[in-house]
Design a protein around this ligand. Structure first.
Ligand code: UD1
Ligand code: UDP
Length: 355
């Protein structure tokens, strides 16, 4: 059995780390990196820290419009599939790399195995929604993280191909949290290349979605809210909005925000575990906040992970100063028995489907 895995973006490297470890015990795996994320701290650091096997191919495709990026990937992935002739294609999540790989494989009659299938927001204004829906509908096996995702797939007539396996991000959280705790957390690099020390008390912010960063107004409101808090905010900035975040903080003298370069996964997990509270628009970080039992405010119009929203553990906020502060003040309640993301063995289950 030969499986070809296509990854391209930061959260996919983390999921691949978990799954590849199990998959490779029984199966030959070829890894194709599309190149969608390419900076050292958006890509290579994950392969190094998480011991992910080096990609067999790096297609070097990134940037441009969604159509241009997806189209170029489709052409290049098809060429690799024709050379490698895998029995199965494995893809994760909802990026342009996911969609391009799924389309290339299905047109060559190669069965597509989709991890993190079934999440739905109900709007095509979110670029990832298009990727998720198209990938799910051409895939042969749909592996979902949660019950709510399984229900969405049922409602689209896909239940015969759907399996609830749990969330590989939960596996990763459990597996790496010890290593993350050992991580030297004292030094960060700011956007000028200077180092600063990690404060004892801090909030953790990530914000990179197209929806929040395509205009200055929304990001300014988010940063204004964070700047007003009772402890500094650590904000590792995605390269998409690096320049604009820097400029907003300078113009408004937001001195309570510590902008940093993107960090590796172990540092990010350590920040999750040590932060007072978390504000984010990241799908991954919302779940990590939930796993770590940290209060989370998600600056987004849509619920992506409904299971995290229970008992105010995760709340949506508009990109607006007052709403973010109000939601941060709301107390959460935690039922330690409520574990909707599986048993921490999603990787084994996914590996078993691919044998
Ligand atoms: C993508 C995914 C999103 C996921 C995110 C993970 C799509 C449609 N979206 O969004 O679902 O949450 O990855 O982080 O696929 N850039 C760099 N260096 C890098 C990576 C990106 O400079 O290493 C810049 C490029 O100029 C690029 C821009 O960031 O144009 C945006 O990157 P892109 O991969 O298009 O989208 P993400 O926002 O990362
Ligand atoms: N993350 C990271 N470094 C950072 C910011 C985030 O390693 O500087 C991790 C974070 O802990 C989570 C994952 O990246 O595991 C989430 O990825 P991202 O927010 O890019 O994508 P999404 O989950 O929204 O698709």
């Amino acid at each position: 059995m030969k499986v070809l895995t296509v990854v391209g973006a930061r959260p996919q490297f983390i999921k691949a780390a978990v799954v590849s470890r199990h998959l490779r015990k029984t199966t030959e795996e070829i890894i194709v990196h599309t190149g969608q994320h390419y900076d050292y701290n958006m890509s290579e650091i994950f392969f190094e820290e998480l011991n992910i096997p080096k990609p067999n191919y790096n297609l070097g495709i990134s940037g441009g419009s969604h159509g241009e990026m997806t189209g170029k990937m489709l052409i290049s992935i098809e060429k690799v599939l024709k050379v490698e002739k895998p029995d199965k294609l494995l893809v994760y999540g909802d990026t342009n790399s996911t969609l391009a790989a799924a389309l290339a494989a299905v047109k060559l009659d190669i069965p597509v195995y989709h991890v993190e299938a079934g999440n739905r927001l109900g709007t095509f204004s979110n670029p990832e929604e298009i990727n998720r829906i198209c990938t799910d509908h051409v895939a042969t096996v749909l592996m979902s993280c949660t019950e709510s995702a399984v229900k969405f797939l049922e409602s689209e007539g896909l239940s015969s191909r759907t399996h609830l396996v749990g969330d590989p991000m939960y596996d990763a959280f459990l597996y790496y949290k010890g290593k993350a705790a050992e991580k030297d957390m004292y030094k960060f690099t700011d956007l000028n290349g200077n180092t600063f020390l990690c404060p004892d008390d801090f909030y953790y912010l990530t914000c990179h979605r197209q929806e929040n960063t395509s205009t200055d107004k929304k990001l300014t409101e988010i940063l204004k809210a964070m700047n007003s808090l009772d402890a500094p905010t650590i904000y590792p900035v995605h390269p998409r909005n690096h320049d604009i975040a820097f400029q907003i903080c300078q113009t408004n003298t937001f001195k309570n925000i510590l902008l940093t370069q993107p960090v590796g996964y172990l540092t990010s997990l350590s920040l999750v575990n040590r932060a007072k509270k978390i504000v984010t628009d990241s799908g991954g970080l919302q779940r990590e906040a939930f796993f770590a039992e940290k209060k989370c405010v998600t600056v987004f119009d849509h619920v992506v992970w409904p299971e995290t929203m229970i008992e105010n553990r995760n709340q949506l906020a508009a990109p607006c100063y007052e709403d973010i502060l109000a939601k941060l003040e709301t107390d959460q309640r935690i039922d330690p028995m409520y574990k909707p993301f599986g048993d921490g063995h999603a990787g084994e289950k996914i590996g078993a489907f691919l044998q």
